[in-house]
Design a protein around this ligand. Sequence first.
Ligand SMILES: Nc1ncnc2c1ncn2[C@@H]1O[C@H](COP(=O)(O)OP(=O)(O)OP(=O)(O)O)[C@@H](O)[C@H]1O
Ligand SMILES: [Mg+2]
Length: 281
Amino acid sequence: MTLPAASADGGTGQVPPLEVTPLDVTLSEPAGPVPAPAPVLLRAAGLTKVFRTDGGPVHAVRGVDLTVRLGEFVAVMGPSGSGKSTLLHVLGGLEPATSGEIWLRGQRVERLSQARWALLRRRHIGFVFQFFNLVSNMTVADNVELSALIGGATRREARVRREELLAELGLSAKADSAPSRLSGGEQQRVALARALAHRPSLLLADEPTGNLDSANAADVLRLLRRSHEQGQAILLVTHNARAASMADRVVNLFDGMIVDDAPLAAVPARPVAANVVELRG
Ligand SMILES: Nc1ncnc2c1ncn2[C@@H]1O[C@H](COP(=O)(O)OP(=O)(O)OP(=O)(O)O)[C@@H](O)[C@H]1O
Ligand SMILES: [Mg+2]
């Protein structure tokens, strides 16, 4: 099979400047009265991540340039081991970058201390991990509510938000359960509710439907779609073509590099997504 040509900038060959500006329209956009693009929320430039292991360095992310605008929904696809989780962890400050720049809401953040990153995440980032990471000795309700409280909600707001999200994900009956009593699919949905509880500007979600049967996956996708419609910016790692089809753009990673970054409407018959699915086997 043929991989798409390498392009991290939508095929324009131009790397836009690193300021938050609504003016960096790419040359491929049509002339005429197009709406100004939303401001940049997250931008990575020349981002790399190398893990030092006994077996030698592992170059998990190799020079990624990526922009996510306010309210934009970007799907990240790619075969297993292509660096999707690592990229998400580095963008969310959970792993330090080896080199390159990360800008969040106009602030350069890749060199921040862990404490500053933690503050930033509380305010602006919701994280859904590939493997849940729920707090096991707290109930489902508390897992969700705590996230809202940490993000600055009042007790009442946190409770209302928790009730809203759990109801939406069909989990109200499980509010008082410990996460360990829940199925994998239920835990994944709680993780999503927790990530959205503090109304982050950016949701970083690592295969939130990866462990779900189709009914549970549909619930999660519905919530993602609805929160995106309400202006939630989402960077979603997924192997699921249906999930990716909801995005404004699909970015394909291969060997730690972006090999394609295109608005969905411009992807003819989605050959890229199909290729990536084939690559997995
Ligand atoms: N903590 C680590 N130490 C060493 N190598 C790592 C570490 N985490 C990830 N890697 C390696 O980095 C590469 C990218 O891994 P990553 O988990 O980002 O892939 P992925 O695209 O998320 O894969 P999957 O689809 O299976 O979740 C792999 O070769 C992996 O083995
Ligand atoms: Mg992964």
